[in-house]
Ligand binder design. Sequence first.
Ligand code: IPD
Ligand code: CA
Length: 269
Amino acid sequence: MDDPWMECMDHCIAVTKEAGKVIREALLKDISIMQKSSPVDLVTETDQKVETLIISSIKKKYPNHSFIGEESVAAGAPSILTDNPTWIIDPIDGTTNFVHSWFHSEQREFGVVYSCVEEKMYTARKGKGAFCNGVPIKVSGQEDITKSLVLTEMGFKPDAQNFRAMMTNMESILTIPVHGIRAPGSAAVNMCLVACGAADAYYHIGIHCWDMAGGAAIIREAGGVIMDITGGPFDLMSRRLITASSKAIAEHIAQKIQPFPCGRDDTEN
Ligand code: IPD
Ligand code: CA
């Protein structure tokens, strides 16, 4: 194969499908929930099982590659991006949705996000476009923020001051006005919803590199914009982002949002 990253992406899609099967089966059983850093930071045996499955499968094929996986980092593994090819893995993005039966890497080269209950496989390879189940997708192209549907999430548990800033930010966006704000419960899926034009923007302070990596590649290839919450360049380890169907909407949101401290993924917080 001419493009080694395409081969990596195909392997990623295959193992992601396998992982999706494990997740769908687990949804039919009793889910045992464990707490990580706080009562809203949850993990299940399925998160851990799926991460192990994905990493061991990739390691077998690419023994020299590096990994940043959400559950491995939770168990003490480093979360540092180096120049070595690195797989950024979130085994289940939206664990809270998973435990309530509600109802992926910035890989600079490619991104894969699998919404396994809907069986929607979002993929993007740098320079080759973004797809959902093989069908090309693109952002809405909306430029007028007053006609936009905006996504955000409230999963990050900040201190009282940060909580107020988060609510004030939502008020500032709602009163622009926009058509509405929605919080579907998975950062990765939110980015894909913007990528396929179902929503026009998504902003979030307090997520992690594994929540954003796959979606970042997909958004870019779908013609969307991704930037830092301040309007500067997107930084995968910064724990925050704005993504939108157009630069005009992303910049408007950047003007309205007040950043609050949430640490970085590559430093001890
Ligand atoms: C979470 C989801 C959620 C967001 C949280 C994330 P996880 O990921 O993306 O939408 O609000 O900040 O941590 O923990 O379920 O992988
Ligand atoms: Ca997760």
